[in-house]
Design a protein around this ligand. Structure first.
Ligand SMILES: [Zn+2]
Length: 211
């Protein structure tokens, strides 16, 4: 095709000196309005919001759970990683990081919080002690050496009990775990043996006695 066009052009060049018949003017008609294919994408109302649509206009995928450190806008994971790739290359830093789900407050946080009920704080303080500190012996010099070793005082008061409301029922709290949750049972006489593990936040109306 190219060679054909070139040979025709050469032939035309050779005959260019020959007078060509006059071509009548043809009115130039502009093409019909071309439909704009590249319409700007619709902006979703939750664009850039946490858990909403990705802030990159061309993406706007649901589940924007990565936050941009500068703008505070939220992106989907794939766009956030792409932004980070460029940021690392150009600035040696990462801009986007995933939002971690809000975790319930660890039970240890309540122990030193004066705003919390005393019975809750005492129950947790006891139950989160090292096991050896829960059971002082009759031998005070042994206890003293153990306290020195543990770095905390032994619990010499009566073992505290704790009751609370959970999901509309009165429950007894019988365990506090290092993971931050507590164990509960609906058997108010039980001192151990939980049937469910819940966050302290899920409990209310604390008391040291069942009522
Ligand atoms: Zn995206």
């Amino acid at each position: 095709m190219g060679s054909l066009i070139r040979s025709m052009a050469r032939r035309q060049a050779r005959t260019s000196t020959v007078a060509r018949p006059a071509v009548p003017w043809v009115a130039y008609a502009p093409p019909a309005a071309v439909e704009v294919v590249d319409t700007p994408p619709a902006i979703k109302p939750d664009k850039g919001l946490l858990g909403g649509s990705c802030n990159r206009t061309a993406c706007q995928a649901p589940g924007a759970t990565w936050v941009h450190a500068d703008s505070g806008a939220h992106y989907c994971r794939s766009c956030a990683l792409e932004i980070n790739r460029w940021a690392r290359r150009d600035h040696g830093t990462l801009l986007c990081s995933p939002i971690k789900p809000v975790e319930p407050r660890h039970c240890d946080d309540y122990i030193d919080d004066p705003a919390q009920p005393e019975c809750l704080r005492r129950f947790l303080a006891y139950n989160r002690l090292p096991a050896a500190a829960k059971y002082p012996t009759d031998n005070e010099s042994y206890n003293a050496r153990m306290e020195e070793y543990l770095g905390c005082a032994m619990w010499r008061d009566p073992v505290p009990a704790l009751f609370a409301d959970h999901a509309g029922r009165r429950v007894r709290v019988v365990m506090a775990s290092r993971f931050g949750d507590v164990g509960i049972t609906t058997n108010l006489d039980a001192e151990r043996g939980y049937v469910a593990r819940v966050a302290v936040d899920d409990l209310s109306n604390f008391s040291a006695t069942p009522a």
